[in-house]
Design a binder for this molecule. Structure first.
Ligand code: UN1
Length: 504
């Protein structure tokens, strides 16, 4: 029986008002998984109105109480980790151990942020005048529109939804149309955990219809978006028209640097995991290997051998190393980039084609290029698939320069045993995340996540910085002198009068 998934608006599961649906397909075998509500602007507007209606009461719910609900969500996620991970693999394609990791990241975020219910720290500082007190506190902002991609169908929504809710905002959640089922299961857990109606709303459907309405609705105060740089730029431009706060996480062109003195075996393991884990479909995936000339032959040889041995297949099978890519469009885009690479003069070492042995599903052979020049399109543009370009350099300075000379700046990594080289790299790599002796993926939720240049617009998700996206600072001054005290003024025309006589 085909599952039917609905929107969740004001605490009710409802069809799109038009009754329209779209199909959700398993990328491993093209099986139909479910029929999903195809929302348009009218559905999105209804969700925003429900969120706006729920906002005043949620804002005044004490943050520790909000936190208790989020702790319950974390507990339910933990109990259902396996079930959610299996659905995630079927809907999105990543191999089961990685799907479990995706759910685990949501669990980590739930518990981390639920604890903020008893922190949400502001600060006090001394003030200039006697008998006066100053403090800075965090306030909620209003309705947040949360627009998420398919590659981390539960982790990325959790990075946005938990901080938005703990801070007292209400949410309209618009997941990618490739992974709406997992989004709906996630929302059901909030419902079961006792989140009041209207605080979290779900609208599914292609971005062009429902998503666009969220960018324009005057009651939406924050837009938090993860996706391509092209789509994110559009979000920023449209949302600016009504002065919304916009937080963007976009593309990456992340590199691993390997210096001659590196631990070769460790570097090989880390590069394979970063480049071909999640079939290369992470914002943090490694798509460039910047290697010093001395170690290059041995490293390349080891990588070719190991890449050829990777087993493609359904992510539910324990024998699978690399799952499918998300859909046919992605498959075609990846293949087009491989052809561009060959036309540009890079040398194809292995892979380089659609894998058709499985008959059905969207599989691409893990692909390695060498003789890649830093300015080639395959070394500059985000491919979002299992394609790694090897770029040779003579030393650390050139490696850093090549790393930094792309339009993105999410993650970078260096393998070396030289502490001086490692510290220079930490200082000079201009990405939001830097790893030493570890690949480019695997960020933990208690640290800021985000990037420079075309990767972001200055915000950082996760960590304490997540709260800055979803709160408004309010500075409060309390003058208990009973007199008019004037900050910054030496002497004044108005004099200093005692008003109540209770000063001091
Ligand atoms: C992403 O690819 O958009 O750091 C998120 C990592 C994961 C999150 C990736 N924790 O690779």
């Amino acid at each position: 029986m085909t599952m039917r998934y609905r929107n969740y608006i004001g605490g009710e599961w409802v069809d799109a008002h038009s009754g329209a649906t779209f199909e959700d397909i398993n990328p491993a075998n093209e099986e139909l998984l479910g029929l999903i509500a195809r929302s348009d602007a009218q559905d999105a507007d209804a969700a925003v109105e429900a969120a706006a209606k729920a906002y005043p009461a949620w804002r005044l719910t004490p943050a520790p109480k909000r936190g208790e609900i989020l702790f319950r969500v974390g507990q339910f996620l933990l109990e259902r980790k396996e079930e959610l991970a299996r659905l995630l693999t079927r809907e999105m394609g990543k191999v089961l151990p990685e799907a479990r990791g995706d759910v685990q990241e949501a669990i980590d975020m739930a518990f981390y942020i639920a604890g903020e219910g008893r922190r949400l720290l502001g600060y006090t500082a001394p003030v200039e005048l006697p008998n006066k007190f100053g403090m800075a506190v965090r306030d909620s902002v209003g309705v947040a529109a949360i627009i998420t991609p398919w590659n981390f169908p539960i982790a990325i929504p959790s990075w946005k939804i938990f901080p938005a809710l703990i801070a007292g905002n209400t949410v309209v959640f618009k997941p990618a149309s490739d992974t709406p089922m997992l989004a709906a299961e996630f929302v059901k857990i909030f419902e079961e955990a006792g989140l009041p109606a209207g605080v979290l709303n779900l609208v599914t459907g292609p971005g062009g219809e429902a998503g666009e309405a969220l960018l324009h609705h005057p009651l939406v105060k924050i837009v938090s978006f993860t996706g391509s740089t092209e789509a994110g730029t559009h979000v920023a431009v449209e949302a600016a028209k009504t002065l919304k706060r916009v937080s963007l996480e976009m593309g990456g062109k992340n590199a691993v640097i390997v210096l001659d003195d590196a631990n070769l075996d460790l570097a090989v393991e880390a590069i394979l995991w970063s480049a071909f884990g999640t079939t290369g479909q992470r914002c943090t995936a490694c798509s460039r290997l910047i290697v010093q000339q001395g170690i290059q032959p041995r490293l390349t040889e080891a990588l070719v051998e190991r890449t050829r041995a990777l087993r493609l297949g359904d992510g539910l099978l324990p024998t699978t190393d690399v799952g499918p890519v998300i859909n046919r469009r992605a498959l075609e885009k990846i293949h087009a980039y491989v052809q561009i690479g060959q036309q540009e003069g890079a040398r194809l070492l292995c892979g380089g084609d659609i894998y058709r042995d499985s008959g059905q599903g969207f599989y691409y052979l893990p692909t390695l290029f060498d003789r890649v020049q830093p300015d080639m399109r395959i070394a500059q543009e985000e491919i979002f698939g299992p394609v790694l370009s090897i770029i040779a350099v003579k030393d650390l300075s050139q490696a850093v320069e090549v790393n930094n000379r792309v339009a993105y700046g999410l993650s970078s990594s260096i393998f070396t045993q030289d502490v001086n080289a490692a510290f220079r790299a930490m200082r000079d790599l201009t990405t939001g995340i830097v790893y030493v002796n570890h690949g480019t993926t695997g960020a933990e939720i208690q640290f800021p996540f985000g990037g420079t240049r075309g990767t972001g617009n200055g915000h950082r998700e996760a960590g304490q910085t997540a709260l800055d996206i979803f709160t408004e600072w309010k500075a409060i001054y309390v003058d208990y002198s009973g007199r008019l005290q004037r900050a910054q003024i030496d002497t004044g025309a108005f004099g200093e009068t005692s008003v109540s006589g209770q000063a001091g």
